[in-house]
Design a protein around this ligand. Structure first.
Ligand code: THG
Length: 369
């Protein structure tokens, strides 16, 4: 696949950390929520190996916050997601699929509950703010919906705790997965969650002040030198192995939450009110005919910019690969694919065309690791 430089503009937003990652050698970007999201530094495999051994600091400012405040904020947030938030607690993060009135997926944010009347939806790549404003207007809700200036720095990798302790103190070790709290560094308080888009452990710092964030960025590298800290970013190999799903890649607004394996976040028996609830009940009753699964392909390279079709030996469609990368761990191409029901039992090989050559592969369960 030919590579092109990207033209920056106001529409394709930079982050407070862009100058820093560029001086540190970011080598490619993707676009996420109309913002620059780094995609590689050294190269995908070198970044992957480093992430699994040490600690990285990521500019994930593109994970934007949709802030919803006001008397009706809890009602609005609940209307948007099929996950029951009636018992949600302040200081917790909730991974929650957003669903439209037809039962289709809109986004899969982490919902942070800051107060009973203050929520941050830490969104994936779709314009949730317009969806939220549309519902609020239609329902006459008393809410305020904004995109605050919050720019996340993620600290990811097995040595994350060691580095974070040097800045924020020993108590940060006690922070539990998908909880957040404010921690102090050099007389400033930072919203820190134990979360992040890797399965290597780590934290996310929701920075609310650009200057403080840039200082913090520099300190993370100064204090992290002994842990071999490097700049990094969500890594396509690691996230596929871990089955961390990507809206727009693995699933989108044509898929329902059961097809995307979100069953445990679909609470149809609760009495909470959310869009698409009746549609989802019907979909569940009828049963789904396709779902996301893993695939392994006997090849060492794949470029993904559209779905790739998988065929059986009689040329029936097995499904479509939606994300894939070469995994140095499996020594194969691995991918996340929408697989038709007759092929869920994982017994047959499929065929796939990669650059006009035919390769074979098999269906497997997610996650890979
Ligand atoms: N962090 C923050 N915002 C984000 C992401 C993030 N917004 C965009 C995107 N990532 C949203 N998507 C996901 C997908 C998976 C997870 C988090 C955000 C995730 N999943 C765990 C899993 O699947 O094992 C845990 C889920 C759970 O415990 O419920 O972490 O990364 N701030």
């Amino acid at each position: 696949m030919k590579k092109f430089p990207i033209v920056k503009s106001r529409r394709l937003r930079s982050t407070p950390y862009t100058d820093r990652i560029e001086s540190q050698g970011v080598s490619s970007y993707t676009v996420y929520n109309h913002m620059l999201l780094p995609a590689t530094f050294k190269n995908l495999e070198a970044d992957y190996q480093h992430l699994k051994q040490f600690v990285q600091v990521w500019d994930v400012a593109a994970e934007r916050q949709v802030q919803i405040t006001g008397i009706d904020s809890a009602k609005l947030v609940q209307l948007m997601t099929c996950r029951d938030l009636s018992k949600s607690k302040i200081g917790r993060c909730y991974y929650a699929p957003l669903i439209d009135h037809e039962g289709y997926l809109v986004n899969d944010p982490i919902i942070n509950k800051l107060a009973d009347d203050k929520w941050w939806l830490s969104i994936a790549d779709s314009d949730v703010i317009f969806f939220a404003k549309g519902i609020a207007a239609g329902k006459n809700f008393d809410v305020e919906i904004t995109e605050p200036n919050v720019n996340i720095l993620a600290v990811q990798g097995p040595l994350s705790d060691n580095l974070m302790v040097k800045l924020f103190g020993e108590e940060i070790r006690e922070l539990r997965f998908f909880n957040f709290k404010y921690f102090e560094f050099k007389e400033k308080k930072y919203f820190v969650a134990r979360s992040g888009w890797s399965k290597q452990g780590g934290f996310e710092i929701y920075v609310e002040d650009n200057i403080a964030g840039q200082d913090l960025y520099d300190y993370l590298f100064e204090y992290g030198a002994e842990f071999k800290v490097r700049p990094g970013c969500p890594n396509q190999i690691e996230r596929i192995e871990s089955a961390l799903l990507s809206y727009g890649n693995d699933f989108d607004n044509r898929d329902n939450p059961f097809e995307a394996n979100f069953d445990k976040y679909v609470h149809l028996d609760s009495d909470v009110d959310f869009l698409g609830k009746e549609k989802l009940k019907k979909i569940k009753e009828d049963g789904i005919k396709r779902k996301l699964m893993g695939v392994k392909i006997d090849h060492d390279k794949i470029d993904m910019y559209c779905e790739k079709t998988l065929w059986d030996d009689k040329n029936n469609i097995v499904g479509y690969v939606r994300s894939a990368a070469y995994s140095p761990t499996f020594k194969k191409v691995i991918g996340i694919a929408m697989i038709n029901k007759p092929y869920w039992d994982k017994k047959d090989q499929f065929k796939i065309d990669i650059n006009e050559k035919i390769f074979v592969g098999t269906v497997c369960d997610l996650p890979f690791i």
